[in-house]
Design a protein around this ligand. Structure first.
Ligand code: GDP
Length: 364
């Protein structure tokens, strides 16, 4: 699976948001399987109206959405890169996630801010500086090692050195590794270096209850920063999300959101944006037992998608029978879609499209 680490300074609302995410998942768990692996890790079902339509048409008994994992990474303070506070543990936790959800306080609130005033851009810089410093230290070391081996003609080391050079230069100038200009090939090498600033970032502005539909002047500044950096941005109120999460009745939930001027919950938007940021797509399987959504990286071929379901299906892959979800629904089900000529038979080179409904044929 794919995961997203929630980072931010103390008292910005991380635990409130994390609890809301997992509460929402629990509220849905009557319908969906849900599990907490560790206290700070929650798997959250990804809302998808297409899946619900497919399940209806296929008359599936169970609906199983795909999931995104969120990790509450507490303990970041100024000086973390020097090992202060829970610094090292914190940085190790970030190293393991696929994307970073950077929560920024854009509300006044009763709990004091650790730095005395509310300023999301300053906070963003504080957190980013710690990550930059940690990366700089590790990249300088790795650069020296790679440069030595590169001299002896080692190919991997040459590739590493050529990536680390511009990355170190960027980090020294305050540019996170994700924003350093590199070729597609170099990006792959960069990924293997497990840096903190090379992961995609989603800024989440946590605003006061009154500003949740419109945002406020602080979240506006975050929006500008996100646009400049090519990062994602979502405005939420963690406290309101905590309230929404308590409502399990969909109609009650929708009318609560309507009253706030929202078309969907902030959590839905966070999850969707996380998906976009991680460059993930969804495919489906349907049957009378269950309709299920699965996640795969954008660009994956058919056997790779089969492998998400079971490694045997990838190993013994023969072909994929595919109906696009809209055709499946419009035709009124699988056999009708087949009769209408909407089913395609695809081989191992087929690139999976977001919304494909699959039957995989494989040798055991
Ligand atoms: P953490 O230290 O980042 O995990 O922050 P918490 O989730 O513990 O939140 C810190 C304080 O801010 C708590 O008193 C929360 O009730 C409050 N808080 C969190 N989100 C919001 C919000 O959206 N609006 C307001 N007004 N207060 C919030």
């Amino acid at each position: 699976g794919f995961n997203c680490g929630i980072v931010g300074l103390p008292n910005v609302g991380k635990s409130t948001l994390f609890n809301a995410l997992t509460e929402a998942a629990l509220a849905e768990s009557a319908n969906y399987p849900f599990c907490t692996i560790e206290p700070n890790v929650g798997r959250v079902p990804v809302p998808d109206a297409r899946l619900d339509r497919l399940a209806e048409v296929a008359k599936s008994q169970k609906v199983i959405p795909t999931q995104l994992e969120f990790v509450d990474i507490a303990g970041l303070v100024r000086g973390a890169s020097k090992g202060e506070g829970l610094g090292n543990q914190f940085l190790a936790n970030i190293r393991e996630v696929d994307a970073v959800l950077h929560l920024l306080r854009c509300f006044e609130g009763e709990t004091a801010h650790v730095d005395g005033s509310v300023d999301p851009l300053r906070d963003a810089d504080t957190v980013e500086t710690e990550l930059l410093l940690a990366d700089l230290e590790s990249c300088e070391k790795q650069y020296e090692q790679a440069a030595k081996k590169a001299k002896q003609g080692d190919k991997d080391s040459i590739a590493k050195r050529d990536v680390l050079g511009p990355v170190v230069e960027g980090l020294r100038a305050g540019i996170p590794a994700r924003n350093v200009e590199l070729t597609a090939e170099q990006r792959k090498t960069l990924k293997g270096l497990h840096l903190l600033t090379s992961k995609p970032v989603l800024y989440v502005s946590n605003v006061d209850e009154g500003s949740v539909a419109t945002g406020n002047s602080l979240s506006q500044k975050v929006e500008e920063r996100a646009q400049q950096e090519g990062a994602g941005h979502v405005v939420i109120s963690a406290e309101i999300e905590a309230e929404v999460a308590q409502l399990s009745d969909p109609e009650e939930k929708q009318s609560f959101l309507d009253d706030l001027g929202l078309s969907e919950s902030g959590l839905s938007r966070v999850i969707k944006e996380g998906f976009r940021l991680l460059n993930l797509i969804t495919f489906f399987t349907t049957g009378p037992k269950e309709a299920r959504a699965w996640t795969v990286r954008n660009g994956a071929n058919a056997p790779e998608a089969a492998g998400v379901i079971h490694s045997d299906m990838e190993r013994g892959f023969i072909r994929a029978e595919t109906i696009f979800w809209q055709d499946f629904v419009d035709s009124g089900g699988e056999s009708a879609a087949k009769e209408a000529g909407k089913m395609r038979v695809e081989g191992r080179d087929y690139t999976v499209k977001d919304g494909d409904v699959f039957h995989f044929r494989f040798n055991v």
